[in-house]
Write a protein that binds this ligand. Structure first.
Ligand SMILES: [Fe+2]
Length: 287
């Protein structure tokens, strides 16, 4: 048997974790051990730094609850989430690109018809997002469901507000038979990621901007198509080139065009100025 030395410990640990019963688990854990050891060697990790990292991970876990996910946030700001999205969503160039889910999606949003106002009277500039859902050949995806969520006009998500009884700025819109949809909401504001936890503590030790540009989140998960998680960003909004979670793709930046009071895309008439963003979602066929 081989006793442990600084030179052989990586090989021993990789071999031990290579006994995982699933070949994929063995591959994942072996690579994890190799990279962790390489990291420690590269930076000559001190015992105090190791203890600080354990403390940080512990507090990150303790910060999580049913609505707050500090580990996803940590993954987002390290660029890991967006890298995993890109590795796993190499879509046709005609398809809508995918971005990060982010930590604020809530499952089970209520169903809504095209034109429904998911802002439900919250203050803000009215915004209509309209377009179609098609496949890469331009064929409509009838009745596609768009799970939509966003921050309010102060940059706050429902998940950040305690004791909210009803869905706030989120809904599952169903496209019409011709694939067309119309979301009515209010213009979102850019926001800072939560800075009161372990992730904010680290960001505060850097020159990193903690802001995300304004955006609306969309999730489309139709049978026969790759699941699409994405956002739309208003053209010209702040922080597009410094998004703290690396989520901006150029084709997702669209004009939010200001209209004076008058006819609106939901077939109604607005008595105050409003914004319209036009975007056609294009789904990638399932591979
Ligand atoms: Fe967001």
């Amino acid at each position: 048997m081989a006793f442990v030395t600084e030179d052989n410990i990586t090989e021993l640990a990789v071999g031990r974790w290579g006994t995982a019963h699933s070949p994929r688990t063995a591959e994942l854990l072996g690579a994890l051990v190799r990279h962790l050891h390489e990291f420690a060697r590269e930076v000559n990790l001190t015992e105090d730094e190791w203890a600080a990292a354990v403390d940080w991970l512990t507090r990150t876990g303790q910060t999580c609850d049913e609505k707050r996910q500090e580990f996803i946030l940590a993954s987002d700001v390290l660029g890991l989430s967006m890298l995993v999205v890109q590795l796993n969503n190499r879509f046709d160039e005609r398809a809508t690109p995918a971005t990060v889910l982010g930590p604020f999606h809530i499952d089970g949003s209520p169903p809504a018809e095209s034109g429904h106002d998911m802002s439900d009277g919250l203050p803000g500039t009215p915004l209509f997002v309209t377009g179609t859902v098609t496949d890469v050949e331009g064929k409509a995806v009838p009745g596609a469901v768009l799970d939509v969520w966003q921050a309010d006009a102060d940059g706050v998500y429902e998940a950040q507000i305690p004791d909210v009884d009803e869905a706030r700025l989120r809904a599952k819109y169903q496209a019409r038979d011709d694939g067309s949809y119309c979301v009515r909401t209010i213009a979102p504001l850019g926001y800072t990621i939560p800075m009161d936890g372990p992730v904010g503590e680290l960001i505060g030790q850097t020159d990193i901007s903690e802001y995300r540009p304004a955006h609306v989140h969309f999730l489309l998960d139709e049978p026969g198509y790759a699941k699409l998680v994405t956002h739309l960003f208003p053209e010209g909004t702040e922080y597009l080139d410094s998004d703290v979670v690396f989520g901006v793709r150029d084709t997702l930046v669209v004009p939010f065009v200001r209209h004076e009071p008058g006819p609106s895309p939901d077939g109604g008439v607005m008595d105050r100025p409003f914004l319209v963003a036009a975007y056609d979602f294009v789904l990638q066929p399932e591979s």
